[in-house]
Design a protein around this ligand. Structure first.
Ligand code: G6P
Length: 279
């Protein structure tokens, strides 16, 4: 897809070395990350829309305060369908570009989730590295509970050949197979059709090998990781993604789902995901 012609407004940010990110205020969503070598690293569907109540299919959706259908809220919560406020964007002394977005409770959020909160997303990038930092503050007088994720859609060259390492010996919930609890024996995960797994207590770093490209996925604060690809069957049912595009993407999500966060009044939770091109 030509990212310069996304069918909704975006903010464009460039680092001094020429890396470029496109961000939508709808969802505070990174829709495109072109590294300093000019290579697009994220997948965004050419059919993505950003209308009221709609989530943009691709980039990095922010999932908050509910993951998937694990509660009474709309699927994946409301952060990805709300318009966030751009607080600041700047180029720092080291040449990296940075932006901050905020979403606070509003009559619309309180109508379905009666909590006072402040969510902030920080984006920072240069060279072959992109970092996303999410913080949640409880501004109310009582504790609240939430789950969250950075639902990163990575652009993939050769889905059948790619390998994800760092998940061996981890327990996971197989959402593509009746939520069964399993255990990964293989050193590397290969994608053969639909995959929808919630891995618990993942290590700080996963490595994705896609042909000659090696990508490091670092996470802090998030305990879990989700690996998702709809495969041919489920992709065909997605109205906002071309039927064959499941072969161009893999979601590797930094997530906090197995144990939702209990946040005391006045307290802050923080988590981050960093994508780093190793080669
Ligand atoms: O289609 P969406 O609402 O964006 O959800 C896309 C996917 O998100 C996560 O990765 C879940 O684990 C999947 O079960 C879900 O299908």
């Amino acid at each position: 897809m030509n990212m310069d012609t996304l069918p909704f407004p975006v903010d464009e940010l460039r680092s001094r070395d020429g890396a470029r990110v496109l961000l939508s205020r709808h969802g505070a969503q990174v829709c495109s990350w072109r590294d300093a070598a000019g290579v697009e690293r994220l997948y965004c569907s050419p059919l993505a829309q950003a209308g009221p109540g709609q989530a943009i299919r691709g980039g990095v959706p922010v999932i908050f305060p509910q993951f998937a259908g694990e509660g009474s809220l709309p699927k994946h919560g409301f952060a990805r369908t709300q318009d966030w406020q751009l607080l600041a964007s700047t180029v720092l002394a080291d040449g990296s570009a940075q932006a901050h977005y905020r979403l606070s409770d509003s009559p619309a959020t309180r109508a379905i989730w009666p909590q006072r909160f402040d969510a902030q997303l920080g984006i920072r990038f240069k060279g072959g590295e992109l970092q996303l930092s999410l913080s949640i503050d409880n501004l109310g007088g009582t504790p609240f509970q939430f789950s969250c994720a950075l639902h990163t859609y990575l652009r993939v060259q050769d889905l059948s050949g790619l390998r994800l390492s760092g998940l061996q010996h981890l327990a996971y919930r197989d959402s593509a197979d009746g939520l069964r609890q399993r255990w990964q024996q293989e050193a590397e995960l290969a994608i053969v059709g639909e995959v929808d797994r919630l891995y618990y207590a993942t290590p700080r770093e996963l490595i994705l090998r896609d042909g000659a490209t090696h990508l490091s996925l670092l996470q802090e604060g998030f305990n879990d990781s989700v690996v998702w690809n709809p495969g041919a069957g489920k992709a065909a049912a997605l109205p906002d993604m071309p039927p064959d595009d499941w072969q161009k993407m893999l979601c590797v999500e930094a997530a906090q789902v197995g144990q939702p966060v209990q946040l005391a009044p006045g307290a802050r939770w923080q988590g981050s995901q960093t994508l780093r091109v190793l080669r």
